[in-house]
Design a protein around this ligand. Structure first.
Ligand code: ATP
Length: 238
């Protein structure tokens, strides 16, 4: 079976400003791939391009066998690709329960959306305890769980996660990473994880891709990036 996501020669930017240059990467089904790199390396731009918010100037994105150039942006999520943006996009005025239901509103199979909602509450206990709290009453960790949970109600095949550790205490970050590992084990979810928190990301990832100034400068099994001192010094700076 082909990989779930194949990105080939992706070049993209904002108007005349080039950001990504010839990015090629593969995400196998059921794997967690971490995209690492400094501030401004192009990680967020990569996720925006994958989910169709930005159109590449060159190259292609093949998701589950379909070239996404032929798919309108609003159809991408229906095909099973969910994007949790940096900053999380939780609606602060709505309750936890309302936010989660938003994630399944558009689904044709409403019975399954309700089932997925129940599963999210089982998986994310803090959310179950705070069903009636509104978004702005939640802690950073709870908001991150909510954003993740909302994406999961759509039952994605591929989850694109932008900086889930941003602004979280190390203990909470560890909880989020453990949840990702658990989700992958239980449901076979595939994750493309963008992180500046390299250690956390490599603790759950199978594979790491390092971006620098819009280009892939290293792609290796996460264990190698974790354990090979020379590689780490050269590409990750610690
Ligand atoms: P960060 O972690 O800071 O978000 P990043 O690796 O995700 O970094 P991007 O946000 O993808 O990097 O930004 C890559 C480059 O594109 C940066 O030079 C940034 O200034 C530029 N850029 C980002 N968004 C826009 C935009 N909307 N218009 C023009 N340039 C942008």
């Amino acid at each position: 079976m082909p990989a779930l996501l194949e990105v080939e020669g992706l070049t993209c930017g904002y108007g005349p400003v080039g950001v990504l240059k010839d990015v090629t990467l593969t995400v196998e089904r059921g794997s967690i791939v971490a995209v690492l790199g400094a501030n401004g390396a192009g990680k967020t731009t990569l996720l925006r391009t994958l989910s169709g918010l930005l159109r590449p100037t060159e190259g292609r994105v093949v998701f589950d066998g379909t070239d996404l150039r032929s798919v309108p942006v609003e159809q991408v999520v229906r095909r099973g690709l969910a994007h949790v943006p940096e900053g999380r996009g939780v609606v602060a005025e709505l309750t936890v329960d309302e936010n989660l239901r938003l994630g399944g509103l558009w689904r044709r199979d409403q019975a399954d959306a309700r089932k997925a909602l129940t599963e999210v509450y089982e998986l994310f206990e803090p959310l179950a305890r705070r069903k009636r709290s509104v978004g702005h009453q939640l802690s950073g960790g709870e908001r991150q769980m909510l954003a993740l949970g909302r994406a999961l109600v759509a039952r994605p095949n591929l989850l694109l996660l932008d900086e889930p550790s941003l602004g979280l205490a190390p203990r909470v970050t560890a909880q989020i990473m453990a949840l990702l590992a658990q989700l992958r084990e239980r449901t076979g979810l595939t994750v493309l994880l963008v992180e500046q928190n390299v250690r956390s990301a490599l603790s759950v990832a199978d594979h790491g891709v390092v971006l620098s100034v819009g280009q892939v400068v290293m792609s290796a099994p996460a264990a190698r990036l974790r354990d090979d001192d020379d590689l780490r010094h050269a590409y990750l700076g610690f």
